[in-house]
Design a protein around this ligand. Structure first.
Ligand SMILES: [Zn+2]
Length: 321
């Protein structure tokens, strides 16, 4: 049975994964898990996860026997953790030969996780997302940023060390904090869209945290830069790992002090205030699209919606689909 939490858990973050970080440096423990029959390997290639695409996407998981069909120098292994009594590693393929490439394609097709994740079971999506995040970090850190020498993988894939003995610089996986905020004014909320988004799609305001900045300052700055609106009482809602490529989304609610919209930058194609009634009406006419249901942007909107309306947002969406 799943535990009841007093905080909101977003898609791509599972409570059920035990990362066993204390064993990452224990080679005997790792060897044992690598050989275990209940261990699965999450294959990755060029930052894509491997899936079987029948009617719905099914993530491909390799057994130890499957992995033995490949040359050992065709992939790197990163430890992920234990989920439902099974251990998971990422097998990050950088196929040195076409035979291994062909072999991998026999198991399934490389797919962009972002495109298929909403159809995946949440725990599986989290594991695939974790593998993707580590794979991205490794792909960007093959050489030392200090001296330019090749780096070596350590701590079961959770650390890399410069191979130059007079340097030995160490690097750890990083995530980039980004704030995302639902700004409200009376019965309205502030939503925006970017030019390349599908027609009618709107989402909450978001942006990366800058060096030397707190989360609260980032919320205030991003909202003001992108919309001209000033916010003050900022309340934290929930967070979400977003490995496209390496963000951690930190979700907030913030009431606005002013209503006038006057963006200071040109990042957005449109930004405007919406009442709940306006959103429902436009949605039922097909002229409004919600952010993807698996995003923290949707969670924020849903929380705001459900606070003051008789019917949960999910029900309204289902009725109109
Ligand atoms: Zn170095």
């Amino acid at each position: 049975m799943k535990k009841k939490n007093h905080y909101h858990i977003n898609f791509l973050s599972t409570e059920n994964l035990n990362r066993f970080s204390e064993f990452r440096t224990d080679q005997n423990w790792m060897e044992h898990k690598l050989k275990s029959a209940s261990t699965f390997f999450v294959p990755m290639t060029n930052l894509k996860n491997i899936c079987k695409n029948n009617e719905v996407s099914q993530p491909v998981l390799l057994s130890k026997k499957d992995l033995e069909k490949f040359n050992e120098d065709s992939y790197s292994i990163y430890f992920l953790g234990e989920l439902e009594k099974q251990f998971y590693f990422a097998a990050d393929f950088h196929c040195a030969n076409t035979k291994d490439e062909e072999r991998l394609h026999k198991f399934g097709e490389p797919v962009e996780l972002r495109k298929i994740m909403s159809s995946l079971e949440p725990d599986k999506a989290s594991i695939l997302s974790y593998a993707r995040a580590l794979s991205y970090w490794h792909s960007r850190n093959k050489y030392c940023g200090v001296c330019g020498t090749k780096t070596e993988i350590s701590d079961a894939g959770h650390k890399i060390i410069c191979a130059n003995v007079s340097c030995k610089a160490e690097y750890f996986p990083r995530t980039d904090p980004a704030i995302i905020v639902l700004v409200s004014y009376g019965d309205k909320c502030l939503l925006a869209r970017q030019k390349h988004w599908p027609k009618g799609q709107y989402a909450t305001i978001a942006g990366f945290v800058e060096p030397g900045e707190s989360l609260e300052q980032a919320v205030k700055r991003e909202v003001n830069e992108e919309t001209g609106v000033i916010v003050d009482k900022i309340r934290y809602h929930s967070s979400q790992p977003w490995p496209f490529p390496s963000a951690l989304m930190l979700g907030f609610h913030a009431p606005a002090k002013n209503k006038n919209i006057s963006p200071r930058d040109n990042e957005l194609e449109d930004v405007r205030w919406f009442s709940r009634a306006e959103i429902i009406e436009s949605f039922s006419k097909g002229t409004f699209r919600f952010p993807t249901k698996v995003s923290v942007s949707f969670s924020l909107l849903e929380h705001w919606f459900n606070k003051y309306i008789g019917k949960p947002l999910a029900e309204i969406i289902n009725e109109n689909n």
